[in-house]
Ligand binder design. Structure first.
Ligand code: FES
Length: 75
């Protein structure tokens, strides 16, 4: 899987930890599936402070991983 141009909205659950794929190779985006193994890239953990929708970065260029900061608009 290659990085996407747009963020990925996910309904997260309070207290649950999610591991965002930072390498762009996951087959289960936006989350890590271990495909980064053998590289120096590691996933970024995100623990939900409450139930809500989170727009996880899809382009991998965000300055605030793992969430979208709008940087995809410059691609
Ligand atoms: Fe991309 Fe794990 S698969 S960081």
């Amino acid at each position: 899987m290659t990085a996407r141009r747009y963020p990925v909205p996910i309904a997260v659950e309070h207290g649950k930890t999610y591991y965002w794929c930072a390498c762009g190779q996951s087959n289960t985006p936006p989350f890590c599936d271990g495909s980064h193994q053998g590289t120096s890239v590691r996933p970024v953990a995100y623990t939900a402070p409450r139930d809500k929708i989170v727009f996880f970065c899809g382009c991998k260029k965000t300055g605030q991983p793992p969430v979208c900061d709008g940087r995809h608009k410059d691609l």
